[in-house]
Design a protein around this ligand. Structure first.
Ligand code: IMP
Length: 339
């Protein structure tokens, strides 16, 4: 089971693009689409005042964001307009206290991203204009992880399992997935190294004995399949009762070795992605969404040391880069001799 990454934001899938009353609204819709935040345009009108049983004033907020259960009314800086809108919003809140609504200025678009789980756009020294494309929003990731958790809980009904995570890209996915699984489970970690001459090797082995246990290998992304193939061969020798694979992302196009991935979060195109645990030279793991960065970001990081890259790693990285070259950007996967 898998989910294809939709090409468009949830709101624009299938439905017709609405005819916007104002260019600022079209711009805001494009902003929401970029960050893959679902939206509806003017879906509801709220009566605000009545006279003799007739509605004499009403208010239709510009947007509704279903994932956040939030109405958004856009406003310009023009004072007369702002005052009128503030009054309407106040009245709406009095009459409909359960309704969440914000009045939003153009300059505040990026600020409200924190409400949608995008807080770290600011804290990772990544400017919004350095993002080429958001592939998966925090809401999409969380929804899918919950589904995977439900499916795995059903499949392992009556059993307990060992989740094996491959460091370090798995950090957030494993934490979220484990909490979405309602079976008794243990968690253990593997860390690998890979060098062009020696191939893949274990840097940090499991602490647990998995013989006779139901083991679920949890990976951030399967690309060529070489890593998962190596781990499966290694773990099979330890005779677990069962051994399956769950990967958040699958770049199926890049597969060189067939590997049995039973649970796939999303099948994605062949692009190098970062965020939600995935890094480029140790950076960007803490982005709560998954995105493709502009080429210049990778190129700017291409020389010298970066965070978390000790000199010996840099030496391995340099030799790897000289062989794989621009593959780093196009998605060969391995970087800097460690995962
Ligand atoms: P494989 O052996 O080619 O399947 O590579 C899998 C490993 O490469 C993953 O576990 C990641 O650590 C890394 N990798 C592959 N693609 C990406 C990517 O787009 N972003 C970040 N890391 C990646």
């Amino acid at each position: 089971m898998t989910a294809e990454v939709r090409q468009h934001s949830p709101a624009s899938v299938g439905g017709k693009r609405p005819r916007f009353a104002h260019p600022a609204e079209a711009e805001f819709a494009a902003f929401l689409d970029f960050y893959r935040i679902a939206w509806e345009y003017e879906p509801r009108t709220f009566p605000l005042r009545w006279e003799n049983g007739r509605v004499i004033e009403q208010f239709t907020p510009d947007f509704y964001l279903p994932e956040q259960d939030l109405y958004v009314e856009l406003t310009t800086m023009k004072q007369s307009l702002v005052t009128r809108k503030h009054r309407k919003v106040r009245r709406l809140k009095e009459l409909y206290p359960h309704v969440n609504i914000v009045l939003l200025y153009r300059k505040d678009y990026h600020e409200i991203l924190s409400r949608f789980g995008y807080g770290s756009v600011d804290i990772t020294s990544l400017r919004p204009d350095q993002i080429e494309r958001v592939l998966l929003s925090p809401a999409e990731i969380q929804r899918r992880v919950a589904e995977l958790g439900r499916q795995i809980s059903e499949d392992y009904a009556g059993a307990s399992l060992v989740l094996v995570g491959v460091l370090k890209g798995i950090t957030f996915f494993l934490a979220d997935l484990a909490r979405a699984i309602t079976r008794p489970l243990a968690i253990d970690y593997l860390q690998l190294t890979r060098d062009l001459r020696e191939g893949v090797a274990i840097r940090k082995d499991l602490d647990l004995d998995i013989r006779g246990k139901h083991v679920l290998l949890v990976e951030d992304i399967v690309n060529t399949g070489l890593t998962v193939d190596f781990i499966l061969r290694t773990l099979r020798e330890r005779e677990p009762a069962s051994l399956e694979v769950c990967a958040l992302l699958d770049k199926a196009e890049r597969r060189l070795v067939p590997v049995p991935v039973k649970y796939v979060g999303f099948t994605i195109p062949n692009e190098f992605v970062v965020g939600y645990g995935l890094d480029y030279r140790e950076l960007y793991r803490n982005l709560p969404f998954i995105c493709v960065l502009k080429r210049e970001v990778y190129e700017a990081n291409g020389n010298g040391y970066t965070i978390g890259e000790p000199p010996q790693e840099a030496a391995i990285a340099a030799s790897a880069r000289s062989v794989v070259g621009s593959e780093l950007v196009t998605g060969s996967g391995w970087q800097d001799g460690q995962k």
